[in-house]
Ligand binder design. Structure first.
Ligand SMILES: [Zn+2]
Length: 274
């Protein structure tokens, strides 16, 4: 069943703060279900928080801007990624090394331990004219949500906080996901951020006016053409054998898990086999 996912943008406190509210249950659930095999709870929590945050960040983008998030845990190959554009397209994935980490590790580790003392959060945003801004901070909270608030304070000197609510059932499937992002606008007094945090408990924000409601969705944007280089990068022998035996080769998008079949004649054309 398809549920509408959207972002509501609002101004409050005499336009001293912007508030973003995301209803993104379907988006977050689908992002966690794209992989063919069940994901351990620690990975679901990490991915769902990262993707939910990315859907909120679509609300601070203009025109054709994009933003990407990279969470690096204390293990150099264990990473979580998400990106989003100003049109509400969001995607997210976990590095293969982390997805395929030893079961013993994934079964017992907490998110805080997995991120650990050397975890980092990197956000890259395009700022127009082909330029990008990349900020990176450590992750003192190890829970992604408070680390995002910390990132905006440290890296962009903008008092910000995130609140994500993600409910899972006993099987780990996501039944509900919502998020709130609050950010002070220039001139907003710094103590206002604590007041907004308090007001969030009662969902009662002073002088709030909605200024827009926009859809958000999970969208990868991959195509067979985009994955052709991955076919070309395969071992020549593998390509020749497949062609000789009349077999197709499957290439899977590592972002969304969608698979593309290359038929023998396509394999021949792409790899130059006669
Ligand atoms: Zn894809």
């Amino acid at each position: 069943m398809y549920e509408e996912n959207y972002l509501v943008k609002a101004l409050a406190y005499r336009s001293q703060a912007r508030l973003l509210f995301a209803e993104n249950t379907e988006l977050v659930r689908t992002a966690c279900n794209l992989r063919p095999r069940p994901m351990y709870p620690v990975l679901r929590v990490a991915l769902s928080r990262t993707v939910s945050a990315a859907s909120l960040l679509t609300g601070i983008l203009k025109d054709n801007q994009r933003v990407s998030l990279k969470i690096k845990t204390s293990h150099p190959d264990y990473k979580i990624f998400a990106d989003a554009d100003s049109w509400g397209n969001v995607r997210g994935y976990i590095s293969d090394e982390l997805l395929n980490a030893p079961q013993e590790y994934l079964r017992h580790i907490s998110l805080e331990k997995m991120i650990g003392p050397r975890g980092s959060l990197q956000i890259t945003k395009d700022i127009g004219m082909g330029g990008t801004f990349t900020g990176i901070t450590d992750m003192p909270y190890g829970n992604i949500v408070d680390d995002l608030s910390y990132y905006f304070q440290q890296s962009e000197q903008t008092p910000t906080f995130f609140s994500l609510s993600i409910e899972m059932d006993h099987s780990g499937s996501i039944v509900r996901s919502r998020g709130v992002m609050a950010q002070l606008l220039p001139g907003g007094p710094i103590e206002l951020i604590d007041r907004i945090k308090h007001d969030l408990l009662f969902s009662n924000f002073e002088d709030m006016q909605a200024v827009g409601k926009e859809p958000v969705r999970l969208f990868c944007g991959c195509s067979k053409d985009m994955l052709t280089p991955m076919l070309r990068a395969l071992d020549k022998r593998e390509l020749t054998d497949a062609y000789a035996e009349g077999r197709s080769i499957e290439i899977v998008c590592h972002v969304c898990g969608k698979s593309y079949q290359f038929q023998p004649d396509e394999i021949a054309g792409i790899s130059g086999i006669q």
